[in-house]
Every structure is written in structure tokens, then in C-alpha cells.
Design a binder for this molecule. Structure first.
Ligand SMILES: [Zn+2]
Length: 87
């Protein structure tokens, strides 16, 4: 399994937004999503963890469409029937 990061992917949402689209206006990006970020913490400072600091969200995380402003949960943005391809 390859998991390379391609900055110029022609197809939208095949990476961290795969399967997601706005339930209202159907855009596939961008969204504001509440994420949980891991940091390495000392008593006097924090740093991103060595592996780069994953930002993760869950199905119940709040998600907001920047296009139409609708707010819902990430689960609501997962639409398997909507495989719309943006340019
Ligand atoms: Zn929208």
C-alpha cells in the first residue's frame, strides 16, 4: 500500500477528506473541522510530536462548510452516494 502525498492530485478528497462533501451545497472542500492535535508536553513547553503531529477528527466532531456556512458533524458530511468530482 502506497500512501504518498501528492500535492497536485487531480481528484479531490482522496486523502483526509475522502468521502466527504457538504450535505447542503455538495462542495467537497474546504471545511472547518474541530480537530484533536497531539503535542509532546514538558513542564514548560509543548512541541509537535516527532511523527509530525496528526490532526484527527471523529464522526462527532463539529464540521462547518465554508461555502454555505452549514454546520453539522463530520458524520453528516460523509456521503457515500456523493462521489462528485470537482475540477
Ligand atoms: Zn456547503
Amino acid at each position: 500500500m502506497k500512501d504518498t502525498e501528492d500535492e497536485e492530485k487531480p481528484e479531490p478528497n482522496t486523502n483526509c477528506l475522502a468521502g466527504m462533501a457538504c450535505p447542503k451545497c455538495k462542495v467537497t472542500e474546504p471545511f472547518n473541522i474541530v480537530v484533536t492535535t497531539m503535542v509532546t508536553a514538558w513542564d514548560d513547553r509543548t512541541e509537535p510530536p516527532g511523527h509530525g503531529g496528526d490532526q484527527k477528527w471523529m464522526d462527532e466532531s463539529y464540521c462547518e462548510c465554508l461555502e454555505c456556512g452549514v454546520g453539522a458533524t463530520v458524520a453528516d458530511f460523509y456521503t457515500k452516494n456523493q462521489t462528485k468530482k470537482a475540477k
